[in-house]
Ligand binder design. Structure first.
Ligand SMILES: *Cc1c(COP(=O)(O)O)cnc(C)c1O
Length: 355
C-alpha cells in the first residue's frame, strides 16, 4: 500500500533527493567512492558546498553581504549562537510556541530580553498582533512557523530593528524579504534534507559588534571565514540539501513551491472546516500552510483513536498530533505531493460517512 508521509520532522524528502543521495552513497561524482568516505576538502565535495551556497542565495534572492553557512548542532544550537554573536544589551523576542520559548531561555543567558508578546495563555493557538518592538533592541527574534502548534507568520513583520528568524519549518515554502534580517536559520530536517545540518544565513554587517569573547566554534565569523569548513561539516545532509535545492530550482523556485503549498493547505483546511467530525485548533488568519493541526469536535472526541487507526490502515503516516497539543497534525512540506493531501481528505470523508 502507498504510504503518505505527514511526519513533522524529520520528514518527507523529494524522491529526487532520496534517489540522488542513494546514488552518491554508492558512487559520488564519478569518483568510484561513496560520498560517505571522501574528504570534505576534496574538490568534488567543495563543489557541492559551493553550489549549495549559490543555489540558496539564488532561490532566496539574497543580496550582496549575506553569507550562507551549513552548520551542525541543529536549530537549537542557533538559540545560543544568535545571542552570543549579536546581543550586546537587549533583544526583543516574540513568544509563539515551544521553539520560541527555548530560544528566549537561551538568550536570557546573554542579556536583557524583552518578550514583546506571547500567546502562551491560550496554548499558542494564535500569533499575537500589534506588539511593540523597542527601538533600542539589538534585534527582534521570532519563529516564522510554529511546527508544533500550526501557526505561521506568513508576512515579514514590521520592525524598527533588524530581525532574526527561526525558519526551520517553512524556509523555501514562501517568498520573503531577506533584507529585513540579520540572521535566518533553519534545521534542514523539515523542508530540505536529512537531520544533521542547519542552514544559517548571516548578514556580514551584523557581526563583530558584541564585546564578549565568543568560543571559536560558536562564532559565526569562524564559519564565514572558513566557508563552513572550519571543522568537518555534515557531508551527507549537505549533499542531500543540494539535491533538494536543485529540485526546487528546476520546479520553478520558491514562488512555485509557495503556490503549491498554499493550494495543498487549502484542500485540507477546507475539509477540516466542512467535515462534521473535525475542527482546526488555531486562529484562522494564523493557520500554517506547513503544519495543519486539527482535533475531533467535542461531540466526537471519543473517536480520536479510532480515526488514527483508520487513517493508519489507509496508509497515512505521522498524523498523530504533538503530545502537547493532541489530536492530529499533518505536515505538508514542499516534498509532499498534492495526491497525499487528497488521500487524507478522502480518508476523513470516508470516516465521516461511517459515523
Ligand atoms: C524542529 C524545530 C526546531 C529544532 O530543531 P533541531 O534541529 O532539532 O534543533 C527549532 N525550531 C523550529 C521552528 C522547529 O520546527
Amino acid at each position: 500500500m502507498k504510504k503518505h508521509n505527514f511526519y513533522a520532522g524529520p520528514s518527507i524528502l523529494t524522491p529526487y533527493t532520496i534517489q540522488k543521495t542513494a546514488d552518491a552513497v554508492i558512487n559520488f561524482a564519478d569518483t568510484g567512492l561513496s560520498v560517505l568516505e571522501v574528504s570534505h576538502r576534496s574538490k568534488e565535495f567543495q563543489a557541492v558546498v559551493d553550489e549549495a551556497v549559490a543555489l540558496t542565495k539564488e532561490l532566496l534572492q539574497l543580496p550582496e553581504g549575506y553569507h550562507v553557512l551549513f552548520l551542525g548542532g541543529g536549530a537549537s544550537m542557533q538559540f545560543c549562537m544568535v545571542p552570543f554573536n549579536l546581543l550586546e544589551k537587549k533583544a526583543a523576542y516574540l513568544n509563539t510556541g515551544t521553539w520560541a520559548s527555548n530560544a528566549i531561555k537561551e538568550a536570557k543567558l546573554f542579556g536583557e530580553i524583552d518578550v514583546v508578546a506571547s500567546s502562551e495563555d491560550t496554548k499558542f493557538n494564535y500569533i499575537p498582533k500589534n506588539f511593540v518592538i523597542p527601538t533600542d533592541a539589538d534585534y527582534f527574534h521570532y519563529t516564522s512557523n510554529n511546527t508544533i502548534y500550526g501557526t505561521e507568520l506568513r508576512k515579514d513583520p514590521d520592525s524598527p530593528v533588524p530581525m532574526v528568524c527561526d525558519m526551520s519549518s517553512d524556509i523555501f515554502s514562501r517568498v520573503f524579504d531577506p533584507t529585513k534580517y540579520e540572521v535566518i536559520y533553519a534545521g534542514a530536517q523539515k523542508n530540505l534534507a536529512p537531520a544533521g545540518v542547519t542552514i544559517v544565513i548571516v548578514k556580514e554587517s551584523a557581526l563583530g559588534h558584541v564585546s564578549r569573547p565568543i568560543p571559536t566554534m560558536l562564532d559565526y565569523r569562524t564559519h564565514v571565514k572558513k566557508g563552513s569548513m572550519f571543522n568537518t561539516p555534515p557531508v551527507l545532509p549537505i549533499y542531500s540539501a543540494l539535491m533538494t535545492l536543485r529540485y526546487y530550482k528546476e520546479q520553478g523556485g520558491v514562488a512555485e513551491m509557495e503556490r503549491r503549498d498554499v493550494e495543498k493547505a487549502a484542500i485540507l483546511y477546507d475539509e477540516i472546516d466542512r467535515n462534521k467530525l473535525f475542527m482546526g485548533t488555531v486562529a484562522e488568519e494564523d493557520r500554517s500552510i506547513m503544519n495543519v493541526c486539527f482535533v475531533m469536535k467535542p461531540d466526537y472526541a471519543e473517536l480520536e483513536k479510532e480515526f488514527l487507526d483508520f487513517a493508519t490502515s489507509k496508509g497515512m503516516v505521522g498524523i498523530k498530533g504533538h503530545r502537547s497539543v493532541g489530536g492530529f497534525r499533518a505536515s505538508l512540506y514542499n516534498a509532499l505531493p498534492k495526491e497525499s493531501v487528497e488521500a487524507l481528505v478522502a480518508v476523513m470523508k470516508e470516516f465521516e460517512a461511517k459515523h
